[in-house]
Design a protein around this ligand. Structure first.
Ligand code: URA
Length: 430
């Protein structure tokens, strides 16, 4: 086979800040998937992209080339419109669990092809696997049947979607190039577009527990992804949301399922409800239901009914007891005052050290492990009042978890004013 390009020329072009042509990008991703271009060459190129960036057209071409490296799902046979949500991930982010049934109960199909957690952010599938019997693996046929019937599915993404991204993501991880916006945007959007949804809402987070620390970088990532989705014919918008403190009162797996069920029962913490409702409104508006009364569907049990059907359809028992930990350790306030800071990242790391997350893809998570928060920033606390409880199956894990949260929260003198900010800070559309 005669190769159409020389990879060294392509690396030099990007090194010297030129834009790559559509043909060069198509060839490059195909040659990398065929293993003709090796990891050393690809590493040099992605570092050049990290340093010199890419134009909107190049990012679009990169995304399309990654989509073409694998299979595409096809939801066109469904009688309902499809709308999906993607979150860039954060600590205590269980929103997919209440959101999917809430949107699906309005007659919309919600395909949530999800992943497992790695590092301090949890994975949706790990959380759901706390439910006895619940299965993440579904065939494409089962996915279609469930979407047509009850309207929603949360399951493992097939390995065939954008396989070039899988290799490239692993390479970025070991070459210090994860944070490049063109690479993040094309990685996320290639999988979402290959999944075949007609509308997509992105939850792009910023703050200590998010992938992007600064709001402006998160905004730039959101704009880039919205443009990519729009250019690919997917109705795409994004909410820019804060991830300075953990979302809700639970970080872990089984405890996050418990909190999600509270939201579906019409209760739950205010921040989880705010974000669930905002994303549900955005998703329903994107498929022509801008006036859907989503709060009513949480209060009157419609979303809960869809949740129960969903859990049963995937082999789970919605009434089964969730796993409980062998050991707990509660930390109390040392003084009276106002809790003014609770940093997301250290609490995420602590939950991970308790066993709620994994360090390697092959590790098992402990479903009962995690953290229950008893106070949130802005709450008044009294000396001796519980601030948070650590849960694990082995008490030996508490010491390193406590190390992680050392200095991660602050109690200011009683009467200190605290400005509660909304979670949703901005909306970005094309
Ligand atoms: N998630 C992805 O799938 N890709 C990235 O690059 C970052 C987050």
């Amino acid at each position: 086979m005669v190769e159409a390009f020389d990879v060294v020329d392509i690396i030099r072009s990007k090194r010297d800040r030129a834009a790559l042509s559509t043909e060069q990008i198509d060839w490059l991703i195909d040659a990398y998937t065929r293993e003709y271009v090796d990891d050393a060459q690809m590493s040099a190129l992605i570092m050049a992209i990290f340093l010199n960036g890419m134009e909107r057209r190049e990012i679009f071409d990169m995304t399309q080339a990654m989509i073409h490296s694998g299979e595409r799902m096809d939801f066109s046979s469904l009688s309902k419109p499809t709308v999906d949500k993607h979150s860039t991930g954060g600590v205590g982010d269980k929103i997919t669990l209440p959101l999917m049934p809430l949107v699906a109960c309005f007659g919309v199909a919600v395909p949530q092809l999800s992943g497992r957690g790695l590092g301090h952010t949890g994975g949706t599938l790990d959380k759901l696997e706390s439910i006895p019997g619940w299965r993440a693996e579904l065939s494409n046929e089962q996915i279609l049947q469930q979407l047509e019937g009850l309207g929603g599915v949360i399951c493992a993404a097939g390995k065939g979607l954008a396989p070039a991204d899988k290799r490239l993501y692993a390479l970025r991880d070991i070459t210090g190039t994860v944070e490049a916006i063109p690479l993040i945007a094309s990685s996320i959007m290639s999988k979402k577009i290959a999944e075949g949804t007609s509308a997509l809402v992105l939850d792009v987070k910023f703050g200590s527990g998010a992938f992007m620390r600064e709001e402006e970088r998160a905004r730039e990532l959101a704009r880039t992804m919205v443009a990519l989705g729009t250019d690919a014919g997917v109705e795409t918008s994004a909410l820019l949301t804060s991830m300075e403190t953990p979302l809700g009162l639970t970080i872990g797996n089984a405890n996050e399922v418990r909190e999600s069920v509270e939201v579906l029962a019409g209760g739950g913490p205010a921040d989880v409800v705010e974000l669930t409702v905002a994303l549900a409104r955005e998703m329903l508006a994107s498929v022509g239901q801008p006036d859907a009364d989503v709060e009513a569907a949480l209060q009157d049990g419609r979303a809960m009914d869809t949740w129960r059907q969903f859990v049963e359809a995937q082999g789970g028992d919605p009434d089964a007891a969730l796993p409980t930990p062998n050991e707990t350790h509660t930390v109390v306030a040392e003084q009276d005052g106002v809790l003014v800071r609770q940093d997301a990242l250290p609490f995420g790391v602590a939950a991970w050290r308790l066993g709620a997350g994994r360090a390697r893809a092959s590790d098992e998570v402990v479903h009962a492990a995690g953290i229950d928060l008893h106070a949130k920033p802005g709450d008044e606390v009294r000396a001796g009042q519980p601030l948070f409880t650590l849960a694990a199956n082995d008490a030996a894990r508490f010491e390193r978890a406590l190390d992680a949260v050392e200095g991660a929260y602050e109690i200011a003198p009683a009467g200190t004013s605290f400005d509660r900010q909304p979670i949703v800070r901005d909306r970005i559309s094309s």
